[in-house]
Design a protein around this ligand. Structure first.
Ligand code: FRU
Length: 484
């Protein structure tokens, strides 16, 4: 075991006594933005959800984590176990401590094999002689209680024809019981793709089968695919991934990077897509992963990172960064994914009340409320929150277009760089559901037809809501999540 401690490549094992407690105190100074019912790091930066797996009784989830600061430093896998997505227990984390993960345990996925949990992940390493990145694909075995049993490297280096950007293995079983995993990759000609490996069992050495062929996807300008995930929903196959470099468009793919999905039929390595779309049209949504695999039934649960690569947030000064979405249930309507918080979220809502809003009202704890209304396909224009700086968040709908506007709220330079409005085309907008959680807003249209997930930062806010057209609103509240 090696205790890495080299600048930002510092493992949690190298923490000095009291160091993390001191960082936690800085986090506690943030009185405005810490969410109540979303998973956030205790300290430091989190990004992708990793290793999502249901063990028959409990859900295991991990997230990419750098404990020491709000920067992308040495990545650990922070491990959480839950039965209800409400109470979370800690279990063994994946901590970089071997040469095959010397610069971080990067993203990956999980498979339950008999009574073990197999975590496939990327070992990020850098060659000491010239600092060249060298990716490993690794395997860590956990028992069902979340105890780490072993770790080993499976593949050293990128296969021929690919650059050093090969990562994020997500495993699944084939129909005849083989283990396959799909990795995001960059070809030597600097275009993005995904490659698939196969193993007979967990002791085997993986063999490269080839690239996932996805002829329907326009790969123009795409230089890397990250976080691929293959799953089944009903009788269709689904491919979810985060392609980088795709051109931004006026009303979709508006961020610097996007999470995308394809629905169709996977035959061996070929995915014939009937539909390809963006998964979420808010400001901050990336690297989603599901508990699903190709053996899945009619629905699957997804978590995503409420954040994007290369973004800074106003909470960075408090030494914490980013959150995970609420767990979302995915299902298909035809060839489109519908996504909503899992049913348990709705069961947990308390203090449901209704209000006929005409003009302006103050709503108790609006900043951690669930808000629902029927738009009846009519225009609306809502302003949420208010402070002495005149800051607020706006959501409007007109002529088939939703607009979420955070122009009048606090933004870092990097947030501003990618514009302050996000749009979502909705031909027939009926139901609007909003989950506010202090600096997070998750919005769902028509019971999950489209979603917009974003951060917003309004300090010292009052819980005022203003409407330009009279509306009947329903409010409710979610309990705080518990970490034991
Ligand atoms: C996506 C990503 C992955 C990588 C991980 C590192 O956000 O860049 O491709 O494995 O984050 O934290």
């Amino acid at each position: 075991m090696i205790i890495f401690n080299n600048g930002k490549y510092k493992s949690i094992l190298a923490a000095e006594s009291g160091e993390l407690a001191e960082i936690a105190q800085t986090v506690q100074k943030d009185k405005d933005f810490r969410p109540h019912f979303h998973i956030t790091p205790l300290t430091g930066l989190m990004n992708d959800p990793n290793g999502l797996i249901f063990d028959g009784e409990k859900y295991h989830l991990f997230y990419q984590w750098f404990p020491f600061d709000a920067i992308h430093g040495m990545k650990h896998w922070k491990h959480l176990i839950t039965k209800d997505f409400q109470h979370y227990q800690s279990a063994d984390d994946l901590i970089p401590c071997e040469l095959f993960e010397s610069h971080g345990c990067y993203s990956g996925g999980a498979l339950k094999v008999d009574d073990k949990l197999a975590m496939f992940y990327t070992g990020n390493t850098r060659r000491p002689s010239d600092n060249q990145r060298v990716p490993y694909q690794n395997l860590a075995i956990f028992d069902l209680d979340g105890k780490l049993l072993s770790k080993r490297p499976l593949i050293e280096n990128a296969p021929e024809g690919y650059t050093e950007h090969v990562r994020d293995p997500k495993p699944y079983f084939t129909e005849n019981g083989k283990i396959r995993f799909i990795c995001g990759a960059q070809r030597e000609n600097l275009t993005g793709t995904a490659i698939i490996f196969e193993m007979d069992n967990l002791e085997d050495t993986p063999r490269l089968l080839g690239e996932l062929s996805l002829p329907a996807f326009d790969n123009t300008n795409v230089f890397m695919w990250e976080c691929p995930d293959l799953l089944k929903l009903g009788d269709k196959d689904v491919f979810i991934w985060s392609p980088q470099g795709k051109d931004r468009e006026a009303h979709q793919f508006q961020n610097n990077y996007h999470a995308t999905y394809a629905v169709g039929k996977l035959t061996d390595l070929t995915f014939e897509a009937k539909y390809i779309g963006e998964l979420d049209q808010g400001f901050d949504f990336y690297a989603p992963q599901t508990f699903g695999g190709l053996d899945n039934k009619t629905h699957s649960v997804l978590f995503a990172w409420i954040g994007l690569p290369d973004l800074t947030y106003p909470t960075d000064k408090f030494k914490w960064h980013s959150a995970l979405t609420l767990p979302r249930e995915l299902r298909l309507e035809g060839t489109k994914i519908y996504q909503r918080p899992i049913a348990k979220t709705y069961e947990n809502l308390t203090a449901l009340s209704t209000l006929h809003l005409d003009g302006k009202a103050e709503i108790a704890d609006l900043d951690r409320a669930y808000v629902k209304f029927e738009a009846n396909n009519r225009a609306f224009n809502l302003t949420f929150f208010q402070n002495e700086k005149g800051q607020s968040l706006r959501l409007s709908y007109e002529n088939g277009l939703v607009c979420l506007d955070r122009n009048q709220s606090e933004q870092t330079e990097l947030m501003e760089k990618f514009d302050s409005k996000r749009f979502c085309e909705m031909e027939n907008l009926q139901t609007v559901e909003i989950f506010f959680d202090h600096s997070i807003v998750e919005i769902f249209f028509n019971h999950g037809e489209k979603a917009m997930t974003s951060r917003f930062f309004i300090a010292n806010r009052s819980n005022i809501i203003t409407t330009q057209h009279p509306l009947n609103l329903t409010f409710g509240y979610l309990p705080t999540i518990h970490f034991c």
